[in-house]
Design a protein around this ligand. Structure first.
Ligand SMILES: [Zn+2]
Length: 119
């Protein structure tokens, strides 16, 4: 039997960790419902082009981190919603319990490893 209570606690902890990380590098845009990386800081006008390029790269890497974190957050939220259902953690193809390692890697997984590509 899958320990749903434990999984739920782990997911809730992961969710708050993810939100904590997102808050450090981005902000929630309530208009679009999406997280976005902080925009460039407009500081000293005398900054040379190297510094500008550095900041641009920094923004790019923050943006991609935000994307990775929000994708994971969506999976975690989806799993938290689905966990109450009887079907949670069961393969939608064969009906067997999904391997716990697979659920850890992808908490919103709907199939076991064997039926990974069968949906
Ligand atoms: Zn299966």
């Amino acid at each position: 039997m899958l320990d749903k209570e434990k999984i739920k606690k782990d997911l809730e902890k992961e969710k708050s960790d993810l939100l904590g990380q997102l808050k450090e590098i981005g902000r929630y845009n309530s208009d679009t419902g999406e997280w976005e990386a902080f925009p460039e800081e407009q500081d000293s006008p005398e900054s040379d082009s190297n510094a500008m390029a550095d900041r641009f790269e920094d923004f790019e890497s923050r943006s991609s981190t935000v994307n990775v974190l929000t994708e994971r957050l969506q999976e975690v939220e989806k799993a938290l919603k689905g966990i109450k259902k009887e079907s949670f953690g069961k393969c939608s193809v064969c009906g067997k319990e999904i391997e716990i390692e697979r659920l850890r890697a992808n908490p919103a997984a709907e199939t076991c490893k064997k039926h990974l590509n069968k949906t």
